[in-house]
Design a protein around this ligand. Structure first.
Ligand SMILES: [Zn+2]
Length: 339
């Protein structure tokens, strides 16, 4: 660092320390004690494949059943086992946060025993999720630091995972509806089981690719804002969703509470994750109408297993079931596509 005066020099050092510590505070650590990813080792040194043996099957995206089944996180392998082949690996908080959910009843979820942390950053909140744990070492509402041990890796799930393939299922993303809107949606679906997990049910969560996030070297807000846009919708509703109240950092312009809200223009990625929100004030649209303003068929077709926007035989765009669900969870209403 080159300084012309002591005062300027001290100011520069101080600014450097502030920016460095801010960056440090928002970059994640790996959720297990396996250093392989940051050592650029091959993926099979840290990813646990399914029974197929294909390493890609443990990564994020349309990676299962020949690309027809979506996996919303990454499966991280065990590198420390005891004599009975049970994992000894600690599972750690990737960033400081608060424990917002702990499921200790392994038989009540495909996630088995799992912990959800909520992290906040500049009017923006996101979650990280740690599943299939053998032991849980934290409690609800506990504040945790980056690296805090949350539990021990395991193979718990309501669907059987053999001990040999015990792993950490790790997710990171955004939660869509509030506890009430998720409950309202869930109770209308006719599922056999009650919802045991409140808003921390996987159907209320939109995960993004954890490996891409770790590679990005950015904080999670920047990572979300840099996602490629797959489509943009204009949505007619006067609702100010819980989601955007919690995530005002995703607004393109500040809310003007003195004006009447008529709707939203929202840019989504291919998963239907809402990336950028623009409130609409001077525009009257039919109630609960949705218009597709922009669509990137290449971005959508790369990930065929996630049914957000689809096209019929005539090439007409349709709202598919995943996107319908996500819009209902966001706005607690059902929408109709207009052309
Ligand atoms: Zn998984």
């Amino acid at each position: 660092m080159y300084c012309f005066s002591l005062k300027k020099c001290l100011t520069s050092i101080w600014l450097f320390i502030i920016s460095y510590s801010t960056t440090l505070g928002s970059l994640p650590c790996w959720p297990t004690d396996n250093p392989a990813f940051f050592q650029n080792k091959p993926m099979d040194t840290y990813i646990q494949p399914t029974a197929s043996g294909l390493v890609a099957s443990g990564t994020f995206g349309c990676v299962r059943n020949r690309g027809t089944r979506f996996h919303e996180g990454v499966d991280l392998k065990s590198v420390h086992r005891n004599r009975r082949n049970r994992p000894l690996d600690s599972v750690r908080a990737i960033l400081p946060g608060i424990v917002v959910y702990v499921n200790t009843n392994a038989s009540k979820s495909t996630y088995g025993r799992y912990v959800v942390l909520r992290h906040t950053l500049d009017s923006f909140g996101y979650y990280s999720l740690y599943a299939h744990l053998h032991e849980v070492h934290v409690q609800l509402n506990q504040m945790v630091q980056q690296g805090t041990a949350l539990g021990i890796m395991g193979n718990t799930s309501c669907s059987k995972i053999p001990l040999s393939r015990a792993h950490l299922h790790f997710e990171i993303g955004l939660s869509l509806g509030s506890k009430d809107t998720f409950h309202a949606w869930y109770s209308k679906q006719g599922f056999k089981e009650p919802n045991f997990h409140g808003e921390w049910n996987g159907m209320n969560l939109v995960g993004l690719d954890p490996l891409e996030f770790f590679k990005s070297g950015s904080d999670f807000l920047t990572f979300v804002q840099n996602q490629p846009v797959a489509f943009t919708l204009q949505i007619a509703t006067s609702t100010l969703p819980h989601f955007i109240q919690q995530n005002q950092a995703l607004l393109t312009t500040p809310l003007q509470t003195e004006k009447t809200l008529y709707g939203w223009e929202i840019a989504f990625n291919w998963l239907g994750c809402p990336l950028r929100w623009t409130p609409l004030y001077g525009l009257k649209l039919p109630a609960n109408a949705v218009y597709v303003l922009h669509c990137n068929p290449i971005e959508l077709s790369q990930h065929g297993c996630r049914h957000t926007l689809e096209f019929n035989k005539q090439g007409q765009v349709l709202l598919a079931h995943v996107l319908q669900r996500q819009l209902t969870l966001l706005f607690n209403a059902r929408f109709q596509l207009f052309y």
